[in-house]
Design a protein around this ligand. Structure first.
Ligand code: AMP
Length: 309
């Protein structure tokens, strides 16, 4: 089954305590597609400028990502500049140059209109809605957003959340969206709007999934070396949706496994700048880390004790 993703393809300039890079390949849809391509066919809808180099297109094609929906417009590619301190969970945006992204109106090629899996990466919620209207009857729609849209277009965003199956956002976004400081209460408030699954990304603290009747907690894979957290959220979403599209298993058990695949993919991505780690990743490494995360999180059931005090 194939996945359709709509989002940004970008040049990023990033500074972390461990180094800096300028104008490297980035963008929410780029991270998502690359991660998802380990599991399923991916159709990418985005825009780049005429400065976007052939080598990046070659890389995306080498992952067998379908680029018929990638428009090249005259002008410059979207550019994001960000910085992280020792707390790698928090990105500080230094500059955002929308460039060709400013007038981006996603046109879904007719060949993609039957997509079963749709991921709406972080773009204007009005555009997210417009994309949903162009896709016939997807089995699963998941979406992301960011603080900027929560504060600037709350009504449009609520409409989007009312139509998606899974919302994948970070803990600060849950607090902002629900206007509730406690994460669990905030998540419950968001689910009251009718949303079925809320996945909360918490950086190095892992992921929480909330449904009406359950909570699932997955830790992040403990790493000694984290170089650059950029794209971790989108890489998570790519592994997550990729697994669902591969297996078609959208039961709660399947969604839990998808969360682990997403966490595994994100853990690789943060080991190097840009998409460098994903570029040299093998499926065998993914399986090995999945097994290792499973072993790390196993614990026995409640023991029978003689006389509890
Ligand atoms: P993440 O770290 O998963 O939140 O995603 C980081 C990626 O999002 C970077 O590669 C950026 O190019 C991209 N990005 C940053 N700001 C925006 C924005 N306002 N709209 C779309 N994409 C963005």
């Amino acid at each position: 089954m194939s996945i359709l993703v709509v989002g940004s393809v970008a040049f990023d300039s990033i500074e972390t305590p461990f180094g800096r890079v300028e104008n490297v390949l980035g963008g929410s849809a780029t991270y998502f597609s690359t991660a998802a391509s380990f599991f399923a066919d991916v159709n990418l809808v985005a825009v780049v400028g005429d400065d976007f180099p052939q080598q990046h297109l070659d890389f995306l094609r080498s992952r067998e990502i379908d680029l018929r929906g990638l428009t090249r417009s005259s002008g410059k590619t979207f550019h994001w500049k960000g910085k992280y301190g020792y707390d790698l969970n928090e990105a500080q945006t230094l500059e955002t140059h929308l460039n060709v992204f400013e007038t981006f109106k996603p046109q879904i090629p007719s060949a993609y209109a039957d997509s079963d899996y749709l991921f709406l990466a972080n773009i204007d919620p009005d555009l997210q809605m417009d994309v949903m209207r162009q896709v016939k009857s997807p089995k699963i729609i998941a979406s992301d957003t960011m603080n900027y849209w929560i504060s600037s277009k709350p009504d449009s965003l609520k409409k989007v959340i009312g139509e998606v199956d899974i919302l994948i956002i970070n803990d600060a976004e849950v607090r902002q969206l629900s206007q509730e400081p406690n994460l669990v209460k905030g998540a419950k408030k968001i689910l009251e709007t009718g949303l079925k699954n809320l996945i909360v990304k918490r950086g190095e603290y892992g992921v929480l999934m909330f449904t009406k009747t359950s909570i699932f907690a997955a830790p992040a894979y403990p790493l000694e070396e984290v170089f650059d957290p950029t794209g971790a959220g989108d890489t998570f979403a790519g592994g997550f949706m990729g697994y669902l599209a591969n297996t078609g298993d959208t039961s709660e058990a399947g969604i839990r496994q998808a969360i682990i695949f997403g966490s595994v993919m994100a853990s690789f991505n943060v080991e190097d700048f840009s998409l460098d780690r994903l570029k040299r990743l093998s499926y065998g490494e993914i399986e090995e880390r999945y097994r290792s995360l499973k072993a790390m999180t196993h614990f026995e059931g409640l023991p029978a004790m003689e006389s509890p005090l």
